[in-house]
Design a protein around this ligand. Structure first.
Ligand code: SME
Length: 157
């Protein structure tokens, strides 16, 4: 296994393409889901310098904080609450350009301005969500949604 992710391109789509093939080989060579979640967060944070990136894992009727990169964060989120709980409930990726305009947004950091939450599925059920926060408004778009969905699809549960 290589020791580092190496990205040579500058536009977002190409960066995701390069990252995806390296993550596929990294994750394909390890069976532990938490280890893979941790490396996935580190690789994405390194590549895009996101303010915060992390997983919340479904445990009963709550999401519980899993592997992440960035400042400390809320540890538990209830079903249907906040952006994460809503993405879990709806089973759909949510792109939030302005977190202050999202009813019920849970502010783990006042520096977070926009957010994307991508559900992770196993056998048709949401088993986790990937949450990415930016300190800039409207930072995420359809390209992020498309590739983050593809990347979390590499995880095995
Ligand atoms: N903002 C999220 C909570 C998690 S933190 O952003 C890390 C939400 O509204 O669900």
């Amino acid at each position: 296994m290589s020791e580092a992710i190496s990205i040579s391109t500058t536009d977002k789509r190409s960066k995701y393409e390069e990252l995806f093939s390296q993550l596929a080989s990294l994750i394909g060579s390890e069976t532990d889901t938490i280890a893979n979640m941790a490396n996935l967060c580190a690789a994405l944070k390194d590549t895009f310098n996101f303010f915060w990136i992390g997983f919340y894992i479904v445990k009963g009727d709550q999401l519980v904080l899993g592997p992440f990169q960035g400042p400390i964060a809320c540890t538990r989120i209830s079903f249907g609450k906040g952006v994460c709980g809503t993405a879990w409930k709806n089973g759909e990726t949510l792109v939030v350009p302005d977190v202050n305009a999202f009813p019920g947004h849970i502010a783990c950091s006042s520096l977070s301005k926009s957010e994307i939450v991508v559900p992770v599925f196993c056998e048709g059920k949401v088993v986790a969500v990937l949450d990415v926060d930016s300190d800039q408004q409207a930072f995420f778009d359809e390209i992020d949604a498309q590739y983050l969905e593809k990347i979390v699809g590499l995880l095995k549960f």
